[in-house]
Design a protein around this ligand. Sequence first.
Ligand code: GUN
Length: 265
Amino acid sequence: ERPPHLVAVLVGNDGASQTYVNNKIKSCRECGFESTLIKKDHATTEDELIRLIKRLNVDDSVDGFIVQLPLPKHIDANKVLLTINPEKDVDGFTPQNFGLMALGLPSYKPATPYGILKLIQRNNIDPTGKRCVVVGRSNIVGKPIGIMLGQNKSIGNCTVTILNSHTQNIEKYTREADILIVAIGQPKMIKADMVKEGAIVIDVGITRVSDDSTKGYHLEGDVDFEDVAPKTSFITPVPGGVGPMTVTMLLYNTLLARKKVVQIV
Ligand code: GUN
């Protein structure tokens, strides 16, 4: 029996995306998964990318594949996502999987929100009845984690508030949060005075900030960790918090795809 096979499609040369995709491929190797990285240059057209996806959709040697986001501006990401075969959509980004997830039905769950649920579960945090504030409403993190934590599931039943860039006085909301999830890509935005004593803080931010190290940059989260950590009962660092969980759940979804466990109607 062959191992699970994940294909990652990377278009263009965004530095951060290259790092993420390389991490995914490396983790496949460590787990004994087969993996293929398909790199397309920045000038790739929408039609070319869609033709590639249609090939992957029907290639029986491929269990799951992802198209790393963001895509170059001349490509309509929504149109691309609509082309992906939901049965191979191990990122859970297609309308089919997002819809099933939102209805609480079996589906591939998006890797980052799924990783956050696992972090909560494996650290024996019971979210039931807690106030959860999500800063950021993206389709790949804020919106789905808000839906999932509000659902009537064993890891769920939170009272969820989702904030966006138009929200006035975000600290008014963040200070009320028992569980604070931040996914906005604004380095060190969240300070101690914005956080409730004893809160659970989950930092999804990973911004590259230039410095004079040999790499030329370091990663910063959306939360000012040094400032906020002493006030919390649980906090995830950057790097080494949510990021590795995203990769883990992507590989888990790929294993499910290999076994065809998830029933996509
Ligand atoms: N860009 C940022 N996060 C992700 C992710 O989880 N999957 C993909 N495909 N692109 C991303």
